[in-house]
Design a protein around this ligand. Structure first.
Ligand SMILES: NC(=O)c1ccc[n+]([C@@H]2O[C@H](COP(=O)([O-])OP(=O)(O)OC[C@H]3O[C@@H](n4cnc5c(N)ncnc54)[C@H](O)[C@@H]3O)[C@@H](O)[C@H]2O)c1
Length: 359
């Protein structure tokens, strides 16, 4: 009988997936990864720099396949090769602006990809799933902190968020139709930061406006000035308020979710993963400046279409039922991201830095 549990990770070469795999390997799971590299840089000879570095950090091997979720036969082939106990589904396209411009691309990738995965899982009698959802499913929330009971699907301001909402609905429906399903959807708030080793971090391929990479690109001199969208929101200083969460806290949240899935059958459960603290963009910039002892020049621009003013989590359910709580401070998030940026000024395109296994 197989002793080690095998987790199938989609989109594992990406930002959150790669950090999560570090924690999965530490928790002694066997990890099988697929990614099509649509949003991954540092790919060389079909290998992902992020995953190579995860192997360096952990001293463990990852089974990797370059597979697109839209290629159902290839996906099926990987399930035939490994005895999969559980799936963590990160793979999705996630750029909000791009999703408004190319809705069909987003619906195809995020919805058909999910459908293919669910069908292949069913064919292989694998019914345990952790899904990467997002606080965007709450739309513009009626109150903050927002709990899991808040209405979803209303006033979602972009196509990306709608794909998350539709997938959640799909998962609710299959869990009612067949009680073998055991699903946890994790609604992430705003993941930032990097692994404390500085070896892996966020390295977006597309022109980006994610706040933390933007701040640190300005700090390192690759961009002249930080643009903050909206300075007239009804918040502490006029800038938008979010719940920033360290990516390593998020990674631990997935390990906690897996433990619960293997312990308890709940059909489908949804948990917020956030810190419960609202932080304005300017407060984040100030924290970054304090930690790095640098000045980040910024300009305030018009509000961006689709942005909301305030969003932060009530994460008490995750604490109660997953035994999980975010432990990292805003300063940790800034310091760890800055370490990653300094060690890798061009992200994964930076010429390989010396790696060792002491992390
Ligand atoms: N980063 C955030 O702010 C945030 C917030 C909430 C939810 N999420 C969700 O978390 C998940 C992971 O996000 P991330 O920040 O790591 O994004 P990411 O873009 O860094 O990682 C996603 C990975 O999925 C891969 N992928 C996309 N479509 C694929 C397909 N059809 N087949 C195979 N691989 C595919 C990409 O190449 C990429 O490596 C996504 O589902 C995202 O929507 C992210």
């Amino acid at each position: 009988m197989k002793m080690t549990r095998t987790v199938f990770v989609t989109g594992g070469a990406g930002y959150i997936g790669s950090h999560c795999i570090v924690e999965l390997l530490k928790a002694d799971y066997d990890v099988v990864v697929i990614d099509n590299f649509t949003n991954s840089v540092g790919v060389c000879d079909g290998e992902s720099a992020a995953l190579k570095r995860v192997e360096e950090i952990t001293g463990k091997k990852i089974h990797f396949y370059k597979v697109d979720l839209l290629d159902k036969d290839a996906l099926y082939g990987v399930f035939q090769k490994h005895q999969i106990d559980c799936v963590i589904h990160f793979a999705a396209m996630k750029a909000v602006d791009e999703s408004i411009e190319y809705p069909l691309l987003y619906y195809k990738n995020n919805l058909i990809g999910m459908l293919n995965l669910l069908e292949v899982m069913t064919d292989h009698k694998c019914y345990q799933l952790v899904f990467s959802s997002s606080c965007t499913v709450y739309g513009e929330p009626e109150e903050c902190p927002v709990t899991e009971n808040h209405a979803t699907g209303r006033n979602i301001t972009n196509v990306y968020g709608k794909t998350k909402y539709f997938v959640e609905e799909m998962l609710q429906d299959i869990s009612y139709s067949d009680e073998k399903w055991n699903i946890i959807a994790l609604r992430y708030f705003n993941p930032v930061g990097a692994h404390p080793s500085g070896l892996i971090g966020e390295d977006p391929t597309k022109p980006f406006s994610n706040i933390m990479p933007f701040i640190s690109q300005v700090a390192i001199g690759n961009k002249p000035v930080l643009t903050i969208f909206g300075g007239d929101y009804d918040t502490v200083d006029g800038t938008g308020v979010r719940d920033y969460i360290h990516v390593m806290d998020l990674a631990r949240g997935h390990v906690a979710a897996l433990s619960l899935l293997f312990k308890k059958h709940q059909k489908i459960k949804v948990y917020n993963l956030g810190t419960g603290r609202g932080v304005s963009v300017l407060q984040l910039v100030k924290a970054f400046e304090k930690v790095t002892n640098m000045t980040v020049p910024y300009q305030i621009a018009e509000r961006r279409e689709g942005d909301i003013s305030i969003m932060y989590a009530n994460a008490e359910l995750a604490e109660k039922e997953l035994g999980w709580t975010a432990v990292h401070s805003l300063e940790d998030m800034c310091a760890d991201f800055w370490r990653w940026q300094k060690m890798n000024p061009q992200g994964y395109r930076t010429k390989d830095i010396k790696l060792n296994n002491s992390h």
